[in-house]
Structures are given as C-alpha cells and as structure tokens.
Design a protein around this ligand. Structure first.
Ligand code: CMC
Length: 436
C-alpha cells in the first residue's frame, strides 16, 4: 500500500475560474478503487470538499473488511464470507477480526477461555436493568446498559494500554450475549439466566434467552448453528453508519464501552440495523401475496415515504452475499423445524416480483442481509423487537476491532468534518425591544 510520503501517482485538480492546478497524491490499497488524498487541499486551494453522506469519501485506511459492491463480494481479512459461514465458528471469526489471522487450535482454545472468563456481568448491573420500564424497546435498554459498562469496569478504560484495550474487547464480545439475553428476559418478566461456559457462544446465548431456572433446557443444535451463522454474517461490514459512529466517538479518545454504545444507537435506525425488524413488520402488513403490487407501487411512488424494507444498499449494487447465505439458512431452519411459515413464501414472492420490476432493476436494488434474517429469528422464537439487538450483539466484534485498529494508528487525530455554511451572513444584534 502506498503511503502519503511515497505515493507516486497523483491526481490533478484544476480550478475552472482561475486556471490554477493542484496535484494531489493518489493512494492505493491492496484491492479496490484508489483514493485521492485531499488532506492538503484546503491549505493549497482554500476549498473544502462536500460529501454529506460519504458517497465518495474514504474515512480511514483499514485492513479488516473488503466489500466489492458491484460483484457482491464480502471478505474479512481476505477470507470470503461464504467460506467463513460454511467452515468457521463465530468465535473463530471474532479472533480473525480482532487479531488479523485465523487462530491455530491452541490460539482458539486460549481465546475461547478468555471470552468465557468474561461472560458474567457485574451483579450490580441486574439492579441497573430494573430502572427501565418493562415495555422499553430492547435497543433502548442496550444503548443504556452497554454505555454503563464503563461505570463498572474501571480497570480496562485506559485506551493507551494495549492490555486494557484487549481486556475491554474480550469483555464486550463476552458480555453482549449476556446483556442481550437479560434484555429479552426483562421484557417478558422472566428471571435472568447466568451464562454457561460449557456451551458454545451461540448455544449459551440461546440458553440464556430460552432457558428457565425451573427446568433443564437443551439447546436445539439446528438453532445454534443457524444463530452462529447469523452472527458471522453480521460480524463486520466495513465503514457503515454504526462503525463510522464508533470510530468518530473513539477518535475523541472516549472509552470503548461508550463508543460501542454510540454504535448501538446508530445501528437502531430502520435504514441500518433496524431494517430487520421493519422487514417483518412490512411483511405482516402486506399479509397476502395479492397485496404485493400495492406495496411495490407505494415503494416506487416518490410522494410516499414507504420503502421496500430489506431492499437496496449503499454499497451493494448486486446481490448482498449475506442475503444469499441467509436465504439458504432460512430454508434449512424452517425445513428442519417443520415450520411452514407463510411469511417466507410471501418474502420470496415479493423478491421475485421486485427483481422483475424495471424500477428495482434500473436502481440495482437487491434484497440485503435484513430481508431474510427476521424470518429465521422469528422461527427460533425471538420477538421482532429483539432482531436489531442480535445484530448489535454480532456487530460488536466488528466495532471493537475497528476501534482497536484506529487507536493503534500512529497518526490518530480526532475526526472533525467541516461544512458548507448556508446560514445568514454576519448581521447586527437586535435588542429585544427593537425586534418585530
Ligand atoms: N425501496 C424503494 N426505493 C428504494 C429503496 C427501497 N428499499 N432503496 C433505494 N431506493 C431508491 C431511492 O428512492 C433512489 O431512487 P431515485 O434514484 O429515483 O431517487 C435510489 O433507489 C437510490 O437510493 P438512495 O436512497 O440514494 O440509496 P442509499 O444508498 O442512500 O440508501 C439504503 C441505502 C439501504 C438506506 C436504502 O436502500 C433503504 O432505505 N433501504 C431500505 C432499508 C434497509 O433495508 N436497510 C438495511 C440496509 S442493509 C443492513 C445494514 O447495513 O444495516
């Protein structure tokens, strides 16, 4: 990868008014489009760039995740998502994202020990939960409780200490299933279940959600495998809204628990992680195949804010590879459980009709990861309000790996975008008795 000082390629920008030109260094990654390094642009030209939704702006260099949206490719540290979902466990993928390579047997065993060591939460957190209304949205609870971890784990808040950074990362990966399950239990009025370290990551999560202290609970292995796959599919996704939020919060040197809480808040919105809940609500509202044309027409109507939830993506202009894996999983889970969910049929019919419609074809709108995930999660027994929580649980490893990568950059500076000011020019202050 070329660096600022060694960049040999340049990009020349000419001001049409003055005819003056500036040469800007072009930096190339290992794969993907090259970038024009504009850090000196303002000093050289007195101009900022304007890209409010970051459509053409890289915010960082990263070695974690690569997406080719035109080809529908997603890779973590160079391994394709298809290989990872078919051959790795989520805990291996966590190691891969956090440390850069797939673990050896010994490394995996040691890492698993570190994670299981941290699965319990401070007992006082149980009381913290009780301050929330029973009908609170689980994501509202997660924003609060994860941020509050910084009030409980003072011994791992020094972001400049590599050992403390790792302990915080392990704590977050380990405690998210416990907190997510507690959120669910709280909402249905059942007692919290303590984690069981003899179970796998996904098994333990399902046990804490669906087990009760009154009787033994056996985790369905098909559910556990599907859950693990869902976790892998959501583990990281490059510089999306929530990851960028975590990085921006982290760039101010805020502690990692606070940063992850900011990521959870950003993920909650229906344009991002909240879409999985919105897809199921939309499918329930459509209700029957006969009503699909009506909803397709609404999605195409510019005067109607309705969008086909689970369709479209800022980066993928081809099939979202995660949706393909999830569709197969949805089939497997429903078949194996003998569940005949008419929602799956409705979703498949909606997908078929949309993919034949010129509006969706021209705009390259395909089903994304959220289109099928809700169907599997509902078959497993999760209420729709928990869907985004599961996304947050799985994405935590991506967020914390990206945060760690950023903190370890020698050139770390606070993120501080500029703006194009469009308000009033300087004007004289009007005292109260002279205002109209
Ligand atoms: N239904 C109908 N039209 C759509 C949709 C949709 N789901 N998505 C995009 N469009 C249209 C949009 O109206 C625009 O049309 P035109 O060019 O005529 O103005 C065109 O397609 C381009 O859309 P955009 O809004 O510029 O695209 P974006 O990159 O800003 O938005 C998105 C990406 C994911 C927010 C958007 O596609 C969307 O709202 N989808 C539904 C919500 C959803 O499923 N979100 C989950 C994303 S994947 C999981 C995650 O990463 O969190």
């Amino acid at each position: 990868m070329s660096d600022d000082a060694t960049a040999e390629k340049t990009f020349t920008l000419t001001n049409d008014q003055t005819g003056e030109s500036v040469k800007l260094p072009v930096q190339e990654g290992t794969i993907g489009p090259p970038t024009i390094d504009i850090r000196t642009l303002y000093a050289q030209t007195g101009h900022f760039t304007l890209d409010p939704s970051f459509s053409a702006t890289g915010s960082c260099k990263s070695r974690l995740t690569y997406i080719d949206g035109d080809e529908g490719i997603l890779m973590h540290r160079g391994y394709s998502i298809e290989e990872l979902t078919s051959q790795s466990s989520f805990i291996e993928v966590c190691y891969l994202l956090l440390y850069g390579d797939l673990p050896s047997k010994e490394e995996l065993a040691e890492f698993t020990d570190h994670i299981t060591y941290h699965t319990m939460v401070h007992e006082q957190i149980h009381y913290f939960f009780r301050g929330f209304r029973r009908d609170a949205h689980p994501m509202a609870i997660m924003c609060g409780v994860v941020g509050a971890l910084s009030a409980f784990y003072h011994d791992s808040l020094d972001i400049w200490d590599p050992q403390q950074r790792i302990i915080s990362a392990h704590r977050l990966i380990a405690k998210m299933p416990t907190l997510a399950a507690m959120t669910y239990k709280y909402s249905i009025g059942q007692p919290f279940m303590y984690p069981r370290n003899d179970l796998s990551y996904a098994e333990n999560f399902l046990y804490m959600c669906f087990g009760v202290p009154a009787e033994p609970f056996k985790v369905n292995p098909i559910h556990a495998r599907a859950m693990d796959k869902i976790f892998i599919l959501h583990a990281d996704h490059e510089q999306n809204a929530s990851t960028s939020t975590v990085r921006l919060a982290g760039s101010s040197q805020a502690n990692p628990f606070a940063c992850i809480a900011s990521g959870i808040a950003s993920l909650w919105g229906p344009a991002h992680g909240g879409a999985n809940q919105a897809v199921l609500e939309m499918l329930d509202e459509i209700g029957h195949k006969d009503r699909i044309p009506e909803f397709i027409a609404r999605a195409k109507d510019k005067d109607d804010p309705f969008r086909l939830m689970g369709f479209g993506h800022r980066v993928y202009k081809n099939r979202d590879p995660r949706a393909t894996v999830l569709k197969e999983s949805a089939d497997e889970v429903l078949n194996d459980l003998g569940v005949n969910d008419p929602t799956l049929e409705l979703a498949m019919e909606l997908e078929r009709i949309a993919l034949e419609d010129p509006y969706f074809i021209e705009r390259k709108l395909f089903p994304n990861v959220d289109f099928y995930s809700g169907i599997i999660l509902r078959a497993m027994g999760f209420p729709t309000s928990m869907f985004t929580v599961l996304f947050a649980l799985a994405r935590t490893v991506g967020w914390i790996s990206q945060w760690k990568e950023m903190i370890e950059e020698p050139s770390l500076r606070i993120g501080r975008p500029r703006q194009l000011y469009t308000g009033p020019e300087a004007r004289p202050y009007v005292p109260m008795d002279k205002r109209k």
